[in-house]
Write a protein that binds this ligand. Sequence first.
Ligand SMILES: Nc1nc2c(c(=O)[nH]1)N[C@H]1C(S)=C(S)[C@@H](COP(=O)(O)O)O[C@H]1N2
Ligand SMILES: [Mo]
Length: 203
Amino acid sequence: MSDEKVISRGFTGRRSAEASKLPPGQYLTQDFPVLSATPTPRIPLDGWEFTVTTEDGAVARRWNWQAFRALPAVAITTDIHCVTRWSKFDTMWEGVAIDTLLDGVQSTATYAMAHSYGGYTTNVPLADLQNGKAWVAFRYGGKELEPEHGGPARLLVPHLYFWKSAKWVNGLTLMPHDEPGFWERLGYNMYGDPWREQRYTGD
Ligand SMILES: Nc1nc2c(c(=O)[nH]1)N[C@H]1C(S)=C(S)[C@@H](COP(=O)(O)O)O[C@H]1N2
Ligand SMILES: [Mo]
C-alpha cells in the first residue's frame, strides 16, 4: 500500500467522522461567534444569584456565587449548533449539572423556563435538562466564561439549538405546561432539535 493511499484514507475517515457530527443545514466553524439579542449585562459576582422556582411560584433553591461554585462541577466536551447554521465541535466547558441544582426539589413539572439577567428567557422540557444533558457552565476553554458568551454563568443544553443555552442565566422556573420564551414567541421552534432541523414554529 502506498503512502498516498494511507494518507488519503485517513483524511477521508476524519472527514466522514466530522460529517456525521454535523446536523443537516449546518456548517462547521472554528470561531466562536457572539449572538446576543441584548447588550451584555455586567453582573458583579457579589450580586449574582441563581434560583429554582417551582410551579407554585415558591423559590425552592437559591445560591449566591460562592455557594454555587461550591457545588460539584464537571468538565463537558461537546458540539454546539446555532440556528443561524454554525456548528462548533468539541467545545470544552466546566459547569454544574442541572441534576445537582434540582436535587431534592419537589415538583411534578414537565417543563422549565430559563431566565437570564437582561430579561432573556427560553423554554426547555425538564427531561432535556436532566440526566446529565444540561449544565450551568461557568468556564469555557479553561478560562472563566467571558461576559459576551454568558459569563459569569450560562445554561448549556448542547443537544438543542444553542439559543436554548441561555447566557447570563439566573434561574429556572418549573412549569406544568410548555410556554414560549423570547425567541420561541418570535417564531422559533418550541423544542429546537438540530438533528430534526426544528428551527422555526411548525418544523
Ligand atoms: N441571555 C441570552 N442568552 C442567549 C442569547 C441571547 O440573546 N441572550 N442568544 C442565544 C443564541 S441565539 C445563541 S446562538 C447563543 C450564542 O451564544 P454565544 O454568543 O456564546 O455564541 O446564545 C443563546 N443564549
Ligand atoms: Mo443562535
